[in-house]
Design a protein around this ligand. Structure first.
Ligand code: GDP
Length: 248
């Protein structure tokens, strides 16, 4: 879907009735007096609300038995501890504290569910790969995570958060190995891209794409990689559009 062209079409269309009724000078005057948050401005706005905007917390699950059973579609967010997953969810939701960054990295073991305006759910999976977590505990969370991504039937897509400076790590690839055979969509957000200059950011995204191609071959439009920053909001609208496409 080309959301961009749809978005660009609306302001011009909204102006047409005025252009018919009024002279050029009057149009100019209206444009000058329009306030950013009055009704006309909202209709003319090129911003489509992101699919995660106005998401609300529903529940936390620590075992398969606690996962929601209502059958709503789910989009899962996964990534290594500290990769920037909470920040990415908050940026996509245009909220500051929807997803909580754990005070102690690697300690969050819950899958947190957020309800979207569409009725679908986002599942915020526990971060993996934090070295200080005891081995047995790590293995039990990992089993839960792996079984969630491989067997969860309402799951329609996986958003994998990867620090752009570090690229895909073995645990990220393991998770993709588990998920890719399902044939469902993947969005890799190469986040913290603001920490790289333009050329290095471009290389980081290209190198993630190349690793995915090497490992999984030509996966067509199923896997997208987007340079992202929760700080500068770079890639936010592109990510919105992709997630909107999944939920269409
Ligand atoms: P999580 O453990 O994956 O949920 O990671 P957090 O979202 O808690 O982020 C870990 C650290 O990276 C925090 O200090 C964030 O402020 C920082 N961070 C996250 N995303 C970005 C980003 O896009 N740019 C920058 N510069 N820092 C970020």
């Amino acid at each position: 879907m080309n959301a961009g062209s749809k978005v660009n079409a609306s302001p011009a269309a909204a102006l047409r009735p005025r252009a018919r009724d009024d002279a050029k000078s009057s149009m100019k005057k209206q444009a000058i007096v329009a306030k950013p948050n009055d009704r006309t401005a909202a209709v003319d706005s090129p911003h489509l609300p992101g699919p995660l905007e106005h998401a609300t917390f529903v529940t936390g699950a620590t075992s398969a038995a606690q996962l929601p059973s209502e059958g709503a579609r789910e989009i899962a967010f996964a990534g290594r501890s500290n990769a920037g997953k909470s920040s990415a969810i908050n940026a996509l939701a245009r909220q500051h504290r929807l997803a909580f960054a754990s005070r102690t990295p690697g300690r969050t073991r819950e899958v947190n569910f957020f309800r979207l305006r569409s009725g679908d759910l986002v599942a915020d999976l526990p971060g993996y790969g934090y070295a200080a977590v005891p081995e047995a505990l790590k293995r039990s969370w990992q089993d839960f995570l792996w079984s969630y991504v491989t067997t969860r039937s309402p799951l329609i897509g996986l958003v994998l958060i990867v620090d752009a400076r570090h690229g895909l790590k073995p645990l990220d690839l393991d998770l993709l190995d588990a998920f890719m055979p399902s044939g469902r969509d993947v969005l890799v957000l190469a986040t913290k891209i603001d920490k790289l200059n333009v050329a290095k950011g471009r290389d980081a995204v290209a190198s993630i794409r190349a690793s995915l191609r090497d490992r999984f071959g030509d996966v067509g439009g199923r896997v997208a990689v987007v340079g992202f920053s929760a700080t500068t909001k770079r890639g936010l609208v592109e990510a919105d559009d992709i997630l909107r496409g999944w939920l269409a």
